[in-house]
Design a protein. Structure first.
Length: 104
């Protein structure tokens, strides 16, 4: 019996941050060699020198790298990123299980 293919990403947000990064690269916001070097530095700074399976630790470092690039170029000032993260956290904590999360 054929099995359906397993998802490439463990969580939807992993796929979303990956797709956003690829899109920003393809639109010329940054070069892939620069991205790779910066991401490697983020992983090293976090001590993630072991084999990663693409889980939350890997994509949290991925997101941190992307946020740093966007902060430096002025697209996503650090204060705005922190405020948005806090707003999403408050929204999901106030949302009943199974209901869509909406910002107020």
């Amino acid at each position: 019996m054929d099995r359906p293919p397993e998802p490439v990403f463990a969580e939807p947000w992993h796929a979303q941050v990956f797709a956003l990064t690829v899109h920003l690269n393809e639109t010329g916001r940054f070069g892939w060699p620069d991205w790779a070097a910066r991401f490697a530095a983020t992983l090293a700074r976090h001590g993630l020198d072991r084999d990663l399976d693409g889980g939350d630790d890997y994509f949290t470092a991925w997101l941190e790298t992307l946020e740093a690039i966007l902060t430096e170029d002025g697209s996503a000032p650090a204060g705005e990123v922190a405020a948005m993260r806090d707003a999403w956290e408050a929204a999901y904590l106030a949302t009943p299980h199974g209901a869509p999360v909406r910002l107020g």
